[in-house]
Design a protein around this ligand. Sequence first.
Ligand SMILES: [Fe+2]
Length: 302
Amino acid sequence: MASAASFGVQAFFDAVTSTVSYVLHDVASREAAVVDPVWDFDAKSGRSSTLSAQRIVDYLQAQQLDLRWVLETHAHADHLSAAQWLRAQVPAGAAGTAAPVVIGQQITTVQKVFGGIYGMDDCIAPQGADFDRLLCDGDVLVLGATRIRALGVPGHTPVDLAYAVEAAGAVAAIFVGDTLFMPDVGTARCDFPGGDARALYRSISRLLAHPPQTVLYVCHDYPPAWRTAAWCSTVAEQRAHNIHVHDGVNEAAFVAMREARDATLGMPQLMLPSVQVNIRAGRLPDADAQGRRFLKLPVNAL
Ligand SMILES: [Fe+2]
């Protein structure tokens, strides 16, 4: 576990989807937030499992942490969110209610686009109310004396937020979502509906304007063959070594690289199953009279 004086971060890497989920906790109060929990889903069989999310629940219980927030950096297209399952497993803490599921305010834009693609406008709650709280850039959540500041970092999608952890008045760490990856992997794609390489460059520039020692926790790792998965770097390391956006790469060069690269990428394996769940905060479609649930598969829509 990485730790500063006043907060701790524990990572949980899901090798199937290459996703990193995190538990952030405030040491003094034991209040915690979970970032981007994964709900295991096998698209070939349609079978789900809570193995990954159970590891997080076990950790929260073993460490006697009081879950206060479930934070989504964006509506993921590569895994299904375990947010609803996870909040239901953890006993209501001092707040007396299950932890709120949080995402950026722009989720309504993403819901509008994908609601149309899936033909599910009628099952999406108005004004983003499938989520318990929508954040704008600059909004602050609290875990004891630790503050979590939402940073709007659009580009990969319109709704992307990074979560900056402030302790003793300074940003010490940032959960960067899908913006930067590890320096030898580069940056997130921008070719999903509403994606924008120019916006991503500006969002990354904003992240990399933090002090050099600021710790950056990525949302995914796709490690090359010569190393194991990793998720933690610093602003200084990214500025020196990120293969897509190291110091000296200007916006035009980045956009040209990003758009050319995106044109070669296939759809993520779980994109169609996952987005319809994730835009509703990790809720599966309602069960029918026999208790069956069905995901949708839009044809020729993307
Ligand atoms: Fe993503």
